[in-house]
Write a protein that binds this ligand. Structure first.
Ligand code: S3P
Length: 443
């Protein structure tokens, strides 16, 4: 189904975006490995997270949704998952499949992992290598792609693994496999990545130690064979989802919106730092601590933005936000240079190629680089009128609908279905702010 964003009047109002995707996956996974009942409020009920829940159920965890929207997970204990009888399908989710590969690698069971066309193109070698070192046997398709079959270790080996790429998914897969290994499993990351796994492992009672080294290097150690204790968790709002209404408000004249309850974990808030440097009027209100994560409300007003050079070392803290940052940059005065983000090439789509093509279709000049892009800002006036190919990528879809709200002419995306993977009520919430989004025919 196509979706079209019409140039909109000022956006107004207060919304809460759905729960954080990274935290939601981890809450289900650790709940399933704990002993007792874990209660989770604010869980993201997007397709990616629901696929993780389904996989855990097939391996013996009991997961139910209550009428008030909270969830209960009855865990099986570390090492207690049973072999699934059918193939585990993770849909579009790299986080789901890679973290679950880590968990299964620490169990003496065999599981087959698959996903949709987008996920089946993405590299799994980055987790296959360390998990094989830990004793798992993995048979994947050519190039380390899905589908793959993994037989976990009888007795997993604790390893020390320096990550070749700064990836929270690979870090988490190794730490999760290390839960069922004797002794300490160590991950060395070249640059800090999101630390939800470490924070949540601690909340469940595992021993996790983090040492900061020189130049951003971090060493993370988990002690294996803990008894994870069920707990109560509140998932904060997702800053990666909030990015769309925030940028929409910045580029749509007269807008004044508030997005409540999002996590501003420093490993996730790079986009907001960058937008403020570009001159965005974003007030951070009501800062508080919820469920071990820093949380705040953001009041955002339409702003005249200026192009900047985004520090490349900031990339891991805003890795999912480059497409929507490129949209904000199109409305800025001057050039915005984004580098150090070569990982964008292997996300749900090649996000450098997909973003550059979408910008060009809407009259914005952009140079694509191997590790980022340079966007020539149009100082508030973006033509729009483009038809954008989303390549099964939810963030490309939402980024270009956002662009359409502030542009001169409507913007149409070829398919809106993938939005449900991370932000099921995107159109509903955006319409509540006054955005004009219209569904069309099948593309
Ligand atoms: C995620 C980590 C990031 C991010 C993804 C979610 C996570 O991927 O792009 O959307 O929950 O750990 P990488 O760790 O591969 O960079």
């Amino acid at each position: 189904m196509t979706l079209t964003a019409q140039p909109s009047r000022a956006l107004q109002g207060t919304i809460a975006v759905p729960g954080d995707k990274s935290i939601s996956h981890r809450a289900l996974m650790l709940g399933a490995l704990a002993v007792g009942e874990t209660r989770v409020s604010g869980l993201l009920e997007g397709e990616d997270v629901l696929a993780t829940g389904e996989a855990l159920r097939r391996m013996g965890a009991e997961i139910t949704r209550h009428q008030d929207g909270t969830w209960s997970i009855w865990g099986v204990g570390v090492g207690g998952l049973k072999e699934p009888e059918t193939v585990l399908d993770f849909g579009n989710s790299g986080t789901g499949v890679r973290l679950m590969m880590g968990i299964v690698a620490g169990h003496p069971i065999t599981a087959t992992f698959t996903g949709d066309a987008s996920l089946s193109k993405r590299p799994m070698g980055r987790v296959i290598t360390p998990l094989t070192e830990m004793g798992a046997h993995i048979h994947a398709r050519e190039g380390g792609r899905l589908p793959l079959t993994l037989t976990g270790a009888e007795r997993a080996l604790p390893i020390t693994y320096p990550l070749p790429v700064a990836s929270a998914q690979v870090k988490s897969a190794v730490l999760f496999a290390g839960l069922n290994a004797p002794g300490q499993t160590t991950v060395i990351e070249p640059a800090p990545t999101r630390d939800h796994t470490e924070l949540m492992l601690k909340a469940f009672g595992a021993q996790v130690a983090t040492e900061e080294g020189p130049k951003g290097v971090r060493v993370i150690r988990v002690t294996g064979e803990p008894e994870l204790k069920a707990c109560t968790l509140a998932v904060p709002g997702d800053p990666s989802s909030a990015a769309f209404p925030v940028v929409a408000a910045l580029i749509t004249p007269g807008s004044d919106i508030t997005v409540t309850g999002i996590t501003l974990n420093p490993h996730r808030s790079g986009l907001y730092t960058t937008l403020i440097e570009m001159g965005a009027d974003i007030e951070i209100l009501n800062q508080r601590q919820e469920g071990g994560e820093p949380v705040a409300d953001l009041r955002v007003k339409a702003s005249e933005l200026k192009g900047i050079e985004v520090p490349p070392e900031r990339a891991p803290s805003m890795i999912d936000e480059y497409p929507v940052l490129a949209v904000a940059a199109s409305f800025a005065e001057g050039k915005t240079v984004m580098r150090g983000a070569e990982e964008l090439r292997v996300k749900e789509s090649d996000r450098i190629a997909a973003t550059a093509a979408g910008l060009r279709a809407n009259g914005v000049k952009v140079e694509d680089l191997p590790d980022g892009m340079i966007v020539e800002g149009r100082a508030g006036t973006v033509e729009g009128g483009g038809h954008v190919a989303t390549h099964m990528d939810h963030r490309i879809a939402m980024s270009f609908l956002t662009l359409g709200l502030g542009a001169q002419k409507p913007v149409t995306i070829d398919a809106g279905e993938m939005i449900a993977t991370s932000f099921p009520d995107f159109t509903g919430l955006m319409r509540r702010l006054g955005a004009q989004l219209e569904s069309g025919a099948n593309a």
